[in-house]
Design a binder for this molecule. Structure first.
Ligand code: KG4
Ligand code: ZN
Length: 337
């Protein structure tokens, strides 16, 4: 079982990704990002499904080639069953079901959000492996969650967002600043040359365990409206500082709410997951938080932060090890834990 060869596919949103794992180690990972959405300022579901359809065969083929394996050697199939876009999920699920039936292979449907959390269990990332139980802050374009991971198959959501997700708040803020979609990586880069303490933006009060981002975005909007009325070139002339300050506001708020949750569930390991965990400010602060709380602070390998099939492979492998598998998978756009 520890040498099980898993082929995994992720197609829940705008990345077509395939991975081959041997047990808990990744042998090959190929991810095709869909550039077609940039011109629309957000993911267009119909275009995403079509792009998945044209990429899925070449992506899986390239992944097998990189792993120097053929389908004959694959022992387990894992695919994202939700949450995500119906059409996009459908492409991955239909493709993997076909292989499962054709090759008589076991198939496991994986929850995308659990995949983000379990990406930490992929071997070879850390000098010392993460230990259960751990508390995970999952921050992506569609979700913001604090997850208590008691074991690979016992994951529970302790806190979530009441409105926008963290990545959404960043992307919407970036849009107000005139940056291309998705704004997160561009804002991160521009923030490197900016002063994070130059401007202050109001975040929601830390009065409970959940997150809320709508006020922060509005705070940026009103600030920009006021400043550009005085100086039409305000954004252009202060872009680096605006990015650094807004990014800091989002990340410090995330950390504040996470700490509240950790105090209620003080685990010895804390973990960061999801696309926003690629952010350089958050990665740096996460390590500092580990020292402050005197716990092991885990930040996933860069390739396993944004959507990828390796995380689906490891989650599928764990589920299969516990006896779960079924070829009767139906895409579930609103799948919860
Ligand atoms: O997990 P993910 O790849 O897709 C979803 O499942 O949503 O996360 C995408 C989100 C986007 O909002 C994107 O702007 C954000 O992750 N993101 C970043 C960075 N890289 C990606 N946000 C801040 N800094 C980054 N370096
Ligand atoms: Zn994701």
């Amino acid at each position: 079982m520890n040498d099980c060869i898993t082929l995994a596919v992720e197609s829940s949103c705008d990345e077509t990704s395939a991975a081959i794992l041997k047990g808990r180690s990744v042998i090959a990972l190929v991810t095709a990002t869909q550039a077609v959405h940039e011109q629309y300022g957000g993911v267009v579901p119909e275009l995403a499904s079509r792009a998945h359809q044209s990429s899925i065969v070449p992506v899986v083929h390239e992944c097998l080639e990189k792993a120097e394996l053929t389908l004959d050697e694959v022992q387990l199939l894992a695919v994202t069953e939700g949450p995500g876009l119906m059409g996009s999920l459908h492409v991955g699920v239909a493709f993997m079901k076909s292989i499962a039936i054709m090759r008589q292979l076991p198939l496991v449907g994986v929850n995308h959000m659990k995949g983000h959390v379990l990406a930490h269990c992929i071997l070879g990332q850390y000098e010392k492996d993460i230990e259960f139980p751990f508390l995970c802050l999952t921050v992506s374009g569609g979700h913001t969650q604090v997850v208590l991971a008691k074991s690979p198959i016992q994951l529970s959501v302790l806190a979530t967002t009441r409105d926008d997700a963290a990545g959404e708040a960043i992307d919407k803020g970036a849009k107000l600043l005139g940056l291309p979609y998705p704004g997160g990586p561009v804002m991160d880069q521009l923030a490197q040359a900016g002063n994070p303490d130059r401007f202050q933006f109001a975040t929601a009060k830390l009065d409970d365990q959940d997150f809320s981002f709508s006020g922060l975005k509005t705070s940026l909007l009103y600030f920009l409206q006021k400043q550009t009325a005085l100086d039409p070139l305000f954004v252009q002339n202060n872009l680096n500082d605006l990015c650094a300050s807004y990014q800091k506001a989002v990340m410090e708020y995330l950390l504040g709410v996470f700490i509240k949750n950790w105090k209620l569930h003080p685990t010895a390991c804390i973990a960061l997951a999801g696309g926003v965990s690629a952010n350089s400010y958050l990665r740096r602060r996460w390590s500092q938080l580990g020292e402050q709380l005197e716990v092991g602070a885990f930040v996933p390998h860069f390739d396993y932060c944004t959507d990828n099939a390796a995380m689906i492979g490891i989650a599928g492998f764990f589920q299969f090890s516990e006896g779960y598998s079924s070829r009767n998978i139906i895409p579930q756009p609103r799948l919860t834990f």
